[in-house]
Write a protein that binds this ligand. Structure first.
Ligand SMILES: [Zn+2]
Length: 177
């Protein structure tokens, strides 16, 4: 039953473009101290699974949020304190903050932007969102422990697929002129 529950939660997030509303703690900071954008709540377990080992003790307490702003160096910030962690503090590359390859999209099954780009350049389409979606439906994903945002990877996969399709189409149109 445990795994079924996790799967349901993950799958529910698939269609939602916004982060789930959680218990809004009036006293806690919701906005990133650097870019002032609202961060999404992330479990301390997820934070610990991403942090470099020498920093683990720095996150031994506290509630954290994930900052998804591309140009902001902060990945996690503390709700009720001043601690924060940047990309350099993590063991994984954060796809939404990367502008050069590899740009991870699905941390569970290892797809990055280059996989989408290659497939779309060759076939003008991509099977990757469906493949990821099928695996999620089978309950085989591990987004809450693999994805630094703690959220389901499929949202980012779909967003990137749409953007890259438009880019590829644009570049073909332009190259014909
Ligand atoms: Zn930020």
């Amino acid at each position: 039953m445990e795994s079924k529950k996790e799967f349901m939660e993950c799958f529910l997030l698939e269609d939602s473009t916004k982060t789930p509303e959680t218990t809004a703690d009036a006293s806690g900071r919701e906005d990133c101290g650097r870019c002032a954008t609202k961060g999404s709540p992330v479990s301390r377990k997820t934070v610990l699974l991403m942090l470099k080992s020498q920093l683990l003790e720095q996150a031994s307490t506290g509630k954290y949020r994930f900052c998804a702003t591309r140009d902001c160096s902060i990945v996690y910030f503390e709700e009720d304190g001043n601690r924060f962690f940047t990309q350099d503090d993590l063991r994984v590359r954060v796809g939404v903050k990367s502008s050069s390859d590899p740009i991870p999209l699905c941390y569970c099954f290892g797809f990055d932007e280059s996989h989408l780009r290659d497939e779309i350049s060759q076939t003008r389409s991509t099977s990757i969102p469906e493949r990821v979606s099928r695996l999620i439906r089978e309950g085989l994903c591990a987004c809450d422990t693999r994805n630094p945002s703690g959220n389901c990877c499929l949202g980012e996969v779909n967003k990137a697929a749409k953007r890259i399709k438009e880019e590829v189409l644009d570049s073909r149109l332009n190259s014909r002129v």
